[in-house]
Design a protein around this ligand. Structure first.
Ligand code: BTN
Length: 272
């Protein structure tokens, strides 16, 4: 048996106590709930919310690996070592958003992820695929799952493929995914990326709460689907047409033969 290769070292790397302390000192996070392996950081954050529905602190649930990472609808999240998988449990009243603003929360989070990726790896251009994915070079690099826990506490779950190359993903996912290390051919410092995401999340959540800034223009500018032919699955039917962008409510706007359709909850069945 030979010495471990560099990639083995990278995949075995864990967050250090210094890095965990830096997350608390440099961002709005009050406490880190760290796990080497967990089923799902969103489930853990919801459990923490159930135990303390009126807690006002913000907790970061961070895991090196998940055994049952969940996504929107039936989606699963491939959570291998080297990736970044975490959930932010906001303190009670940290963001008093009416439920109809939750779709905008996914998009605002997507903006934070795009900006953070571009700040840590200059030269990349990240896009938002409505409503909760981030794409690089037409492949998914990040997924976002926003949920509400007990006491109305908000859970923002984020997965990013970082040093877990798509080459090591299950065969059926391999050509749909990309990791930052695939896009740059170098190793990314996960703690830098995590801090950058959390710092930009603060700005985006402020803009969302205060309804300030050019939030809508920003997600329009980054929208992957705009101008493309899309097929959407709605609760009782499928529609197809040309995507005309994302409106101020965070709804996807599609022009079909029958007219304009808006949806806040569709599943994208296909796009080209
Ligand atoms: C999607 O692809 O529909 C969204 C995927 C969201 C995955 C993240 S990983 C951290 C957090 N914990 C989960 O179980 N899911 C989210």
């Amino acid at each position: 048996m030979g010495a471990p290769s560099q990639s083995d070292d990278i995949l075995a790397a864990r967050f250090t106590p210094d890095e965990l302390a830096r997350i608390v000192s440099d961002t709005f996070i009050d406490r880190v709930d760290y796990h080497a392996t967990i089923e799902s950081t969103n489930d853990r954050a919801k459990k923490l919310a159930a135990d303390a529905p009126s807690d006002a602190t913000c907790v970061l649930v961070l895991a090196e690996e998940q055994t049952g990472g969940r996504g929107r609808g039936a989606n699963r999240w491939w959570s291998a070592a080297g990736g970044l998988t975490f959930s932010v449990l906001l303190g009670r009243d940290a963001l008093d958003l009416p439920p109809d603003r939750l779709p905008r929360l996914s998009l605002a989070t997507g903006l934070a992820v795009c900006e953070a990726i571009e700040s840590v790896v200059p030269g990349l251009a990240a896009q938002i695929k409505w409503p909760n994915d981030v794409y690089l070079s037409s492949r998914k690099v990040s997924g976002i799952l926003v949920e509400t826990g007990r006491g109305g506490r908000i859970v923002i779950g984020i997965g990013v493929n970082v040093n877990n190359s798509a080459q090591s993903a299950p065969a059926e996912l391999r050509d749909k995914l990309i990791a930052l290390c695939d896009a740059t051919a170098s190793t990314i410092h996960r703690a830098d990326l995590l801090v950058a995401i959390l710092q930009r999340l603060t700005t985006q959540l402020d803009r969302l709460r205060d309804n300030t800034g050019k939030l809508v223009e920003d997600w329009q500018r980054r929208s992957l689907l705009t101008g493309r032919t899309v097929e959407l699955e709605l609760p009782a039917r499928r529609i197809a047409g040309r995507c005309r962008g994302i409106d101020g409510d965070g709804a996807l706007v599609v022009e079909t033969d029958a007219g304009i359709e808006r949806s806040l909850s569709a599943v994208i069945a296909r796009f080209e």
